[in-house]
Write a protein that binds this ligand. Structure first.
Ligand code: 48F
Length: 257
């Protein structure tokens, strides 16, 4: 065994995955619950999916449960998603289930990966490729480059659809709206901003507002609240799971056309 064989194995395989991801049907920005669920269901349908995550660990806001207490809550309606991803849950009270946050995060990550979604960590999406009035790809850089503000140019990936699954930050829609003279599919053409906590309507709105916000650009999960003025809901995750599931259905139909 030679050390450079280990190195070659790493580089060749990473580059092969990157080459496969140069052109995807769908690029999902953010590996939180909504992005992972969407990516898993899309990959299961044979759609080529790349998920880009700027942190070291995919999983987004799941890991810490509520204030570091390691359980999250989901509703009956989302139980099917937990079952599809083989994630155990415990009935807690009528219509609600408690889910170990660590099982949820790791189950969704592995569930998406084993269905064929290519997940890259340590990749920041810093901008979009926009051509002829349509979002056509992402502009990416390495997290350490971005953290250190090094003057290193980014590279790109193409996609038929790009998803902002960046959570509260709605980083992609925010940047897109700031940098371009565009009108989003929102009441005033701009992101409306997230509102304070009101769990029940917040959960419904996350699913309702999972949609195409500009040609080729979609929102799911908590970024829908920031873009469409939804409430926050805290550590109840059914809306995130169902938003990812709805997005996968919408994009699968769009890709079939
Ligand atoms: O925030 P996050 O978990 O998104 P989500 O799927 O779920 C929200 C819940 O976790 C929670 C909640 C539920 O009740 O309110 O907040 O909407 O995951 C978003 C992921 O996107 C990554 C970020 O590191 C996180 O893991 N991310 C954010 N901006 C970028 C990014 C970017 N520009 N490039 C790559 N990844």
């Amino acid at each position: 065994m030679r050390e450079i064989d280990i190195t070659r194995g790493i580089i060749e395989n990473h580059v092969a995955d990157m080459m496969d991801s140069l052109r995807s049907d769908v690029v999902i920005v953010g590996a939180g619950p909504s992005g992972l669920v969407a990516g898993g269901y899309l990959a299961e349908r044979g759609i080529s999916v790349t998920i880009l995550e700027k942190k070291l660990s995919p999983g987004g806001g799941i890991w810490g449960g509520g204030m570091g207490y390691k359980y999250v809550i989901t509703q009956e309606e989302a139980k099917g998603v937990l079952d599809d991803f083989d994630i155990p849950s415990r009935p807690f009270e009528k219509g609600l289930y408690a889910v170990d946050a660590i099982s949820l995060a790791s189950g969704l990550i592995f569930g998406a990966a084993r269905r064929g979604a290519r997940i890259f960590n340590l990749v920041v999406v810093e901008d979009l490729v926009v051509r002829e009035g349509r979002v056509q790809g992402v502009v990416i850089n390495n997290t350490f480059v971005m953290m250190n503000h090094f003057p290193v140019d980014p590279i790109t990936m193409e996609a038929r659809a790009v998803v902002d699954a960046t959570g509260h930050d709605h980083d992609i829609v925010k940047t897109f709206s700031r940098k371009n003279d565009v009108s989003l599919n929102t009441p005033n053409g701009k992101p409306l901003g997230e509102r304070s906590m009101f769990a029940e309507p917040a959960e419904d709105a996350v699913v309702t507002n999972t949609t195409e916000v500009y040609p080729g650009l979609y929102v799911c999960g908590m970024s829908t609240a920031a873009v469409y003025g939804g409430y926050r809901m805290g550590p109840i995750f059914g809306g995130m799971l169902l938003s990812g599931k709805k997005l996968a259905r919408m994009l699968a139909e769009a890709c079939d056309k």
